[in-house]
Design a protein around this ligand. Structure first.
Ligand code: GRF
Length: 226
């Protein structure tokens, strides 16, 4: 049984491409069953089409409001029965219908909780940090506030501008996202408070939620494992 991924994109989709490339190997343990977007005409959708992966577009502007958009997006995602939704450069805040129905991970180009939001690389440069990086985290209802799964640091060079720094971060980010999603698919995960542990835990601590192919039920129902 293969772990099913729905990937959400808004732009160039190089993180999506890294996942598509990784999932060509069966040993990765997961496959991309659909790619969703909030806009047409983006390279991310073209990458999915070239890989023969079904796509769907759910635009905010086609709905009466954010709630209706959230509901429509949740319905389109649900058609593909994902075990995990990956927000990979998806530039919209997900609503409670999507977040209540599926576990969602996001990749962010900064070391959270520093520099959340849509301009993380610009904000890190403006602040003058010497080290920044990327974060893969579970998504909650806040803006880049969900529990951190993995992070990797990237040095800021003296002559960096936003574009050069973002490109270096993205190189690291793609590797980290592939590694984390692969481990979630193969080994599952446990969330205790804000602490996320990949792999099967010997004994789940009180108040933990588990995810993955084995733990899907308890993740979905938010059940407490002892
Ligand atoms: C990534 O750096 C992601 O973290 C940010 O936007 C970028 C998307 O890049 N939110 P791509 O579309 O995967 O190339």
């Amino acid at each position: 049984m293969s772990f099913r991924l729905v990937v959400l994109v808004s732009g160039s989709g190089t993180n999506l491409q890294a996942l598509l490339d990784a999932t060509t190997s069966e040993a990765f343990g997961a496959r991309v069953v659909a790619v969703g977007a909030d806009r047409d005409g983006i390279e991310g959708l073209a990458r999915a089409e070239r890989a023969g992966v079904p796509t769907f577009v759910v635009r905010v502007g086609d709905h009466a409001g954010r709630d209706e958009w959230d509901e429509a997006l949740a319905a389109r995602i649900a058609e593909h029965r994902p075990d995990l939704v990956v927000s990979a450069g998806f530039m919209k805040i997900l609503g409670h219908r999507v977040l209540g129905a599926f576990p969602v991970v996001n990749t962010h180009p900064a070391l959270l909780p520093s520099f959340p939001g849509a301009h993380a690389v610009r904000d890190a440069l403006a602040y003058g940090v010497r080290v920044t990086g990327c974060t893969v985290h579970l998504v909650d209802s806040g803006v880049d506030t969900g529990p951190v799964i993995a992070q990797q640091a990237v040095d800021v060079a003296d002559d960096d501008d936003e574009e050069s720094l973002h490109e270096r971060i993205k190189t690291v980010e793609r590797g980290l996202l592939v590694e984390v999603v692969g481990r979630m698919a193969r080994d599952g995960w446990t969330v205790t408070g804000r602490e996320v542990r990949l792999g099967r835990q010997k004994a789940s601590r009180e108040g933990s939620r588990t995810g993955g192919l084995d733990g899907k039920e308890s993740q979905r129902q938010g059940r407490t494992t002892k």
